[in-house]
Design a protein around this ligand. Structure first.
Ligand SMILES: [Mn+2]
Length: 460
């Protein structure tokens, strides 16, 4: 386990440039109310380089590959209350760092670690107050210039390097992502079955009943957290994109949209399924469901190394736009073709989000959506709806090991001219894809996606 983190540190160190030094703190603990804290979650960059999830830690990495870790000191009194600490002595062997000190020595030791270096790297705009602390440490180095110390002249954003590294997942990461995805898939099946079972038994079902099934399966399988607040949206609530699981009734004849995924060992999963609460799609529900599924299939077929990130979205939108015309959601006398729908962005009334996002340690993972090294901007245009100036830059070229979600949807709010049978139906279908040389691996297909298979699952 240690070696994968040491490898990443070495890879990063090699990019710092001669005289470079990087500072990577973990996340702070946060109070929820009075003296109760939020469940602690480490910083993803820090964890990526250490595999260490205790709070109050900081890594300092030199261009020569030396690594210094600051971590919580052993403290019997504190450990009785808060749990065992690794401590600096054990950290050297356990984490493979060059040196380790107590986090209480951070301010005293940091200036010396920055002396005679040329460039200080740290994550910009990520850790509140970090830039000011770096300034203070550099101020101390400057105080020693008259004694011969040299102060770094440059500061650089470490996110630029780490985001690129994290964008392409290594085998260790993909193995964890697969396990997280499998757990989330099981959780979705559990929620589907519970909904149908309770409604068949004549019981009152609320959104939180289904949320409880998700949480049960996540924890039962060893996941530590949800990767994000679960969306469990019954009926018209599905048209609220970031609706959270609440207490609304789940009724037979309506759809339920669940967007939920667990976090396992620091890695996210992100699945959306939309299913009939009682296990049987109505005609209009099935029509829209099959449209969204067809659009997802087009997007999946486009996802492969060499394609651009935007190609996937464009493939999904092309299918949805045509479907909106065919089903009368959009007026044929106004829009002659799917191309008109796309150019005017009229589809936005029913499909207003992107088809995917990077996923990894963070559910909306880091990594630029623009291809680096290609000249841009290549064009500008006014958005037909918002009037916002859109600067087109060349979209990212997909490479093996990148992980993206593929999640088209359709959300039909009642409006004049919109066929009534479709009113208040919200559908999204989301899977997580690992890009491969020839296509992509959908790691979340442990839960069925075909309408017939969902109905079959909910019958049992
Ligand atoms: Mn997502």
């Amino acid at each position: 386990m240690t070696c994968v983190y040491a490898q990443r540190r070495a890879l990063l160190a090699a990019q710092l440039g001669a005289g470079g030094v990087a500072i990577i703190p973990t996340a702070p603990e946060r109070a929820r109310n009075r003296d109760t804290g939020y469940l602690y979650r480490h910083d993803s960059y820090f964890y990526y380089l250490t595999g260490f999830s205790e709070p109050n830690a900081c890594l300092v990495l030199g261009a020569d590959g030396t690594s210094v870790l600051f971590c919580q000191p052993k403290d019997l009194e504190r450990e009785i209350w808060d749990g065992i600490r690794l401590g600096p002595e054990a950290a050297v062997a356990e984490l493979g760092v060059s040196q380790a000190y107590s986090c209480t020595e951070l301010d005293a030791r940091l200036p010396r670690l920055l002396e005679n270096r040329e460039r200080v790297w740290f994550p910009f705009a990520t850790h509140e107050g970090l830039a000011a602390r770096v300034e203070a440490w550099l101020g101390q180095v400057k105080g020693r210039v008259r004694f011969g110390a040299q102060c770094p002249a440059e500061q650089a954003d470490l996110c630029a390097l780490l985001d690129e590294m994290r964008l392409v997942k290594d085998a260790h990461e993909i193995a964890i992502l697969r396990r997280a995805a499998a757990i989330s898939a099981r959780a979705h099946m559990r929620a589907m079955q519970r909904s149908a079972r309770m409604l068949r038994a004549g019981q009152e079902v609320r959104e939180y009943h289904l949320d409880a099934e998700l949480l049960h399966e996540f924890r039962q399988q060893g996941s530590q957290y949800v990767a994000y607040g679960s969306i469990v949206a019954a009926g018209a609530n599905a048209c609220v994109l970031h609706y959270q699981a609440d207490k609304a009734p789940v009724r037979a004849g309506e759809l339920v949209l669940i967007d939920a995924g667990c976090e396992l060992d620091g890695y996210a999963s992100d699945i959306t399924r939309t299913f009939p609460a009682d296990g049987r799609f109505t005609g209009p529900q099935r029509t829209l469901y099959d449209l969204v599924l067809a659009s997802q299939k087009a997007a999946v077929a486009t996802t492969r190394a060499g394609a651009r990130f935007d190609d996937v979205h464009d493939a999904a939108v092309a299918v949805l736009a045509q479907g909106m015309l065919d089903l009368g959601l959009l007026d044929r006398s106004k829009y002659g073709s799917a191309q008109d729908v796309i150019e005017s962005r009229a589809y936005f009334q029913f499909y207003m989000h992107r088809t995917g996002h990077w996923m990894g340690m963070d559910v909306h993972d880091c990594g630029s959506y623009v291809e680096p090294g290609e000249p841009g901007p290549d064009s500008e245009r006014r958005d037909p709806l918002s009037g916002e100036l859109i600067i087109h830059r060349p979209s990212r070229i997909l490479r093996p090991g990148m992980v993206t979600t593929i999640e088209p949807g359709i959300y039909v709010r009642p409006a004049p001219g919109v066929p009534e049978p479709f009113h208040n139906i919200g559908i999204r279908i989301e899977d997580d894809a690992v890009v491969t040389e020839t296509g992509c691996e959908l790691i979340t297909r442990g839960v069925p996606v075909e309408a017939d298979e969902i109905e079959a699952l909910m019958r049992d």
